[in-house]
Design a protein around this ligand. Structure first.
Ligand code: AMP
Ligand code: MG
Length: 305
């Protein structure tokens, strides 16, 4: 099953998250089989990231959005371990700093977008400015309601500059979220992850759902599509996302760049270097031999001293 078409948000159709089952596992019913497939996609991602980096003409931006405990960190840990750290960055979007807040809302996002050849993951993103900001009325409606068009323009600009954009909404149920909060409470190793806001934000579930539905419909474009990933099952979430990324990279037409040097000429240089090295080694070898049996030292240094 091609999850790129299956989970794509079609902007022409009304999106109702309540009609998408967070327990869905597509055509995969076995975790072990899914994990094996995920590993294959990870290998493909690794090979293609190498090409993306070498090619240096395009880049990839992955946006992860979700409510608390839906698995953004887990996706980064499990899916993106395929990527070579050389050429990959993650940026987490927190409450804007005073400096960020003093600029337009896209300013900080623009700063962190991938350079040519890079993969960048946004852990939360510029979408917070039409999500948390809307739900908590941090700016008036006249302000946030204009941001969808601005986001589309911004993402078109990035696309036309060679950045492929993929956006994932990790869809969990409120029951699953509560389960995960319990897991965190039961595990002292994860207490550091707990915040009071997890519980207060949870009471805004329906407002967030509405804000997400709007954002996803208004900004799922052919050049920067949104995918709603059923995420109650972590193994399925990892599989679907890695499949979509692997297939997207495959379609980017990545290739090794043309050789920048005359290989025949470089071969001559190489042989000359080998010859020089052998010559030197021979000399050094002689010297070392002499040093070993005392002749070199006595002959040369002795004379100096
Ligand atoms: P976390 O992802 O758990 O590290 O939390 C980051 C927090 O920063 C979340 O509660 C986000 O909603 C919040 N945040 C991110 N961007 C913004 C923004 N533009 N305005 C207000 N809060 C934000
Ligand atoms: Mg949090």
């Amino acid at each position: 099953m091609d999850y790129r078409s299956h989970f794509l948000v079609d902007p022409a159709k009304p999106l109702r998250l309540s009609e998408i089952d967070p327990n869905d596992t597509g055509e995969h019913d076995k975790r072990s089989k899914a994990e094996k497939e995920t590993e294959e996609y990870r290998l493909q991602m690794e090979a293609n990231q190498f090409l993306l980096y070498a090619d240096g003409r395009q880049s990839l931006l992955v946006v992860l959005q979700a409510l608390d405990a839906a698995g953004k960190d887990g996706v980064i840990r499990h899916v993106f371990k395929a990527m070579n750290p050389q050429g990959t960055r993650v940026h987490g979007f927190k409450q804007p700093t005073p400096q960020e807040a003093a600029h337009d809302f896209l300013w900080r996002a623009h700063h962190y977008v991938p350079a040519d050849g890079e993969v960048v993951i946004f852990n939360r993103s510029h979408y917070e400015d039409v999500l948390v900001v809307r739900v908590h009325e941090l700016v008036p409606k006249e302000v946030w309601s204009q941001r969808y068009d601005m986001i589309n323009d911004f993402e078109r600009l990035l696309t036309q500059n060679g950045t492929k954009i993929l956006k994932f909404f990790l869809h969990i149920s409120p029951e699953e979220q509560l389960e995960r909060f319990k897991d965190r409470l039961d595990d002292p190793q994860r207490h550091w992850k707990i915040s009071e806001s997890d519980y207060s934000e949870r009471t805004y579930w329906s407002q967030y759902t509405e804000a997400y539905q709007d954002a996803l419909m208004k900004t799922s474009t052919p050049y920067a599509p949104w995918y709603v990933i059923p995420a109650n099952r972590k193994w399925f979430r990892n599989l679907a996302i890695s499949q979509i990324i692997a297939n997207t990279l495959k379609d980017m037409g990545l290739e090794l760049p043309p050789t920048r040097v005359d290989i025949d000429d470089i071969k001559l240089k190489y042989h000359a270097a080998v010859q020089a090295a052998n010559g030197n080694n021979g000399e050094n070898g002689d010297k070392r031999e002499k040093d070993k049996d005392g002749n070199g030292k006595n002959g040369k240094n002795g004379g100096k001293g």
